[in-house]
Design a protein around this ligand. Structure first.
Ligand code: URA
Length: 443
C-alpha cells in the first residue's frame, strides 16, 4: 500500500490513543466496544441501499451457520451490519454520499487493523449496485475494469481555483478475473467492462427524461455510442470515486459489481417493477457471493502463512478447525448410518479445507469425511496438510479409520497433527511404520 497517501498526521494519533476518531455518519467512535469484535474483518461490502445491506448480511450469516449479526448504532443515513468477518454498509446515492461512507470506512479499517498495512491490504472491498447497461440486456451483471467520469476521464475534485485532485480509477484486473471465474458456471450474464459514474442520474447520464434536459436524441446517442466504442458497459453513480479513493491508499483487492436495470441504447426510463428491480439487485449479490464463497470461505486463514521455506512451529487454532469441521458435517449425506462426520484441515499456506461423509446404497462405496476433504484440497490446487480435525455431530474428535489415516499420511506426511479423543497426535503416532509416497518406486 502507498503509505504516503494515508493521513498519518490524524490517524496515528487515534492509534496511539491521544485522539478518539468519530465515525459520525455511522454513529460510532474508535472507543466503541463494538469495534473489539471487528478486528478480524476480511471484507467490506458497500451498496447504495440499506435494504440490500440487510439482505446481504443475513445471507452471509446463513452461509456461516447463522453467525451473529451486529448492527451499528446509527441506522438512518447509512445502514451497517457486521457478520462472519464481513462489514456490510450502505453508502447512499452518488459520489458525495458514497465518499463520506468510504472515507469513514477507510479510517475505521486503519484503526481496526492497528495501521498494519499488510493486514489492511488483505481486506477485500466491493461496491455492489445497479446501473444502466450499454448494449447489454437488463439483468446482466458488469464487473468493472475501470471507473471513469462522463468525459471518460478519471474522477477529480476541485483543489483551488486553478487546480484539481485526480484519482486513478482502475479496478484490479486479477480480482475482476477471479470474480468472473467464480461465476463461470452460473446462468447469469456476467461480463467485464469500463463503468461511467454520472454525477447526476439525468443530466450527466445524458437522459432525455429529466426535469431538465440539455440533450437531443442525437447528442444522447452520440455520447452513448462513444462510451460503448471505448469499452464502457454500464453507467452508475459512484464507481470512479470508489476506485479512485481505494487506489489512492494503494489497496489491491477491490471490485465493483453492478446489475443492469435497462439497456441505455434502447431507452432512458427504468420501467421495471419493484419485484424485477429487486431480482436484478439480487443478481449482483449472487455474483458477489459466488466470489466470497470461493475466496473467503474456502480460503479462510486459520493462521498467517509461514514465510517461504520455513515450517510452522506454532500450534494451529484447533477451535477454529473444530468449528469448520462441525460446519462441514452439516453437508453430510449419511442416510444409512445416521452418523454424520465432518473434517477440516489446515494447509501449510494457511488455507482451510473441509469435507463430510457421503454414503451410498452400496454401503462399501461410502466416502469418509476425510476423503471428501482430500478431494477439496486437490480441487483447489493441492498442498500439504499440517493439521486435521474430524468430528461427530456433537463436535467431538473422532479417529479416522485406517484407510483415511493412509489418505491423510499421503497429503500430510508423518509430522501432520491430528486431533484425537486423547489430544493432539502426529500422523507418525497414529500410523506407525507407514507406507507412503516417500521412496515410492513409481513417484
Ligand atoms: N443507476 C444509474 O446510475 N443509472 C441507471 O441508468 C440505472 C441505475
Amino acid at each position: 500500500m502507498r503509505t504516503g497517501n494515508i493521513n498519518h498526521a490524524f490517524l496515528d494519533r487515534v492509534l496511539d490513543g491521544s485522539l478518539a476518531d468519530f465515525y459520525y455518519h455511522f454513529g460510532l467512535s474508535s472507543k466503541d466496544p463494538l469495534l473489539e469484535q471487528m478486528h478480524g474483518v476480511r471484507a467490506i461490502i458497500m451498496a447504495g441501499s440499506g435494504r440490500r445491506i440487510r439482505e446481504f448480511a443475513e445471507h452471509w450469516s446463513i452461509l456461516n451457520d447463522g453467525a451473529e449479526i451486529l448492527a451499528f448504532p446509527k441506522d438512518d443515513r447509512f445502514i451497517a451490519r457486521y457478520t462472519a468477518d464481513i462489514l456490510f454498509t450502505s453508502h447512499g446515492m452518488g459520489m458525495p454520499s458514497a465518499s463520506i461512507a468510504l472515507q469513514e470506512l477507510m479510517r475505521l479499517l486503519y484503526f481496526l487493523k492497528k495501521g498494519d498495512l499488510e493486514e489492511m491490504d488483505q481486506v477485500f472491498w466491493a461496491r455492489v449496485g445497479t446501473s444502466g447497461g450499454l448494449g447489454l440486456p437488463a439483468g446482466s451483471v458488469v464487473v468493472s475494469t475501470e471507473g471513469v467520469m462522463a468525459d471518460l476521464k478519471p474522477y477529480r475534485l476541485l483543489k483551488n481555483v486553478d487546480g484539481q485532485y485526480w484519482f486513478e480509477g482502475s479496478f484490479p484486473v486479477k480480482i475482476c478475473q477471479e470474480i468472473i471465474a467464480a461465476n463461470a458456471d452460473s446462468s447469469m450474464n456476467v461480463v467485464s467492462g469500463k463503468t461511467v459514474a454520472g454525477n447526476d442520474f439525468f443530466l450527466e447520464q445524458f437522459r432525455l427524461d429529466g426535469a431538465i434536459s440539455f440533450e437531443t436524441p442525437e447528442t444522447r446517442m452520440a455520447w452513448l455510442q462513444l462510451l460503448h466504442d471505448n469499452g464502457v458497459r454500464n453507467i452508475e453513480m459512484e464507481g470512479a470515486m470508489v476506485a479512485g479513493y481505494l487506489n489512492h491508499w494503494g489497496f489491491s483487492r477491490f471490485a465493483m459489481i453492478c446489475a443492469t436495470l435497462i439497456n441505455r441504447l434502447e431507452g432512458d426510463q427504468v420501467t421495471s417493477t419493484p419485484e424485477q428491480l429487486h431480482g436484478f439487485s439480487q443478481e449482483a449479490g449472487a455474483v458477489l457471493f459466488n466470489y466470497l464463497k470461493t475466496f473467503l470461505l474456502e480460503h479462510r486463514p486459520v493462521q498467517s502463512p509461514p514465510e517461504d521455506g520455513q515450517t510452522r512451529d506454532a500450534e494451529p487454532d484447533w477451535e477454529t478447525l473444530r468449528q469448520a469441521a462441525v460446519a462441514a458435517l452439516k453437508k453430510s449425506y449419511s442416510p444409512y448410518s445416521g452418523f454424520p462426520v465432518g473434517a477440516a484441515g489446515l494447509t501449510e499456506d494457511g488455507r482451510l479445507v473441509c469435507g463430510a461423509n457421503v454414503e451410498n446404497a452400496s454401503y462399501g462405496l461410502t466416502l469418509c469425511a476425510e476423503c471428501s476433504m482430500i478431494f477439496h484440497l486437490c480441487s483447489i490446487g493441492g498442498g500439504r496438510l499440517i493439521a486435521v480435525y474430524c468430528v461427530n455431530d456433537e463436535g467431538q474428535a473422532l479417529m479416522p479409520c485406517g484407510r483415511c489415516r493412509q489418505l491423510l499420511y499421503e497429503h500430510g506426511g508423518p509430522d501432520m497433527l491430528l486431533m484425537t479423543p486423547q489430544g493432539v497426535r502426529t500422523m507418525a503416532d497414529v500410523l506407525p511404520q507407514a507406507f507412503g509416497p516417500v521412496g515410492f518406486p513409481y513417484c
